[in-house]
Design a protein around this ligand. Structure first.
Ligand SMILES: Nc1ncnc2c1ncn2[C@@H]1O[C@H](COP(=O)(O)OP(=O)(O)OP(=O)(O)O)[C@@H](O)[C@H]1O
Length: 233
């Protein structure tokens, strides 16, 4: 069953279009990756789904509701979590307060961090009172994902979660995203540049080129020739 359905989505910055007539569908429970060279519009596509870029044409249906014109905070309440590139955790707030911000996004008022957050990210429990900005890049990325999880989303959108992160943490992030997807049944769409990571992580892929989806399918169908055609620089 479809969780997210984009039809003819066209968007950009001011008068400059970046996305052209994008139609795509992600089913409930899927773990999909969005691939493409720098500048093809991957970030703009995620921003359009969460409402940070408005559409000039087309529609976005999420869980059977048309969210195309909904403000971002409402989309978050509806169950979409966005973990942007660069993570955007608040550096001078503690890990605990950063996590609480994620809860606020969903409109929930509970003061307690659910234990499952520490089950997915044990490291965070040891650093709860530390300023977010003092964590390593990999730890900040884990905090950003945990913060997204705090809103109890149906869909998580992640923009290059492994960028600039050491290999051991990349593996941890891969394992945790798979667990979140399987155990919490959260649908995941992740932008990724590392093709090996994408192949191991995702079961489905979308390939973008110049603002258009040019190929999609099961990850097994992500052939070397597609990779060479659309990802090689
Ligand atoms: N705030 C902005 N204002 C104007 N143009 C922008 C803005 N952000 C991105 N663009 C342009 O939109 C196009 C798509 O950028 P986008 O960041 O969506 O691509 P991307 O595939 O995510 O690339 P990257 O991997 O480098 O993040 C690029 O040409 C970029 O220069």
């Amino acid at each position: 069953m479809s969780l997210l359905e984009l039809s003819n989505v066209t968007a950009g910055y001011g008068p400059t279009p970046v996305l052209f007539d994008i139609s795509m569908q992600i089913n409930k429970g899927e773990l999909a990756c969005l691939l493409g060279r720098n500048g093809v519009g991957k970030t703009t596509l995620l921003r359009s789904i969460i409402g940070l870029n408005s559409l000039t044409k087309g529609s976005i249906i999420f869980d059977a509701d048309d969210i195309s014109k909904m403000p971002t905070f409402k989309r978050a309440k509806y169950g979409i979590a966005y973990i942007p590139q660069g993570r955007e955790i608040i550096p001078y707030l503690s890990v605990l307060d950063n996590l609480k911000l994620g809860m606020a996004a969903s409109g929930k008022k509970s003061k307690k961090i659910p234990e499952e957050i520490f089950d997915f990210f044990p490291m965070l429990k040891e650093h709860l009172s530390r300023q977010g900005g003092l964590l390593s890049g990999g730890q900040q990325q884990q905090l950003a994902i945990a913060r997204g999880l705090m809103s109890n989303p149906k869909l998580m959108l992640l923009d290059e979660p492994t960028e600039g992160i050491q290999p051991s943490i990349v593996q941890e992030i891969e394992d945790t995203l798979k667990r979140i997807n399987k155990e919490k049944e959260i649908t995941v769409l992740v932008i990724e540049q590392k093709i090996d990571f994408a192949r191991q992580l995702a079961e489905k892929f979308f390939m973008m080129e110049k603002g258009v989806i040019v190929a999609q399918g099961e990850t097994e169908e992500l052939t070397d020739s597609l990779v060479n055609q659309y990802l090689a620089v």
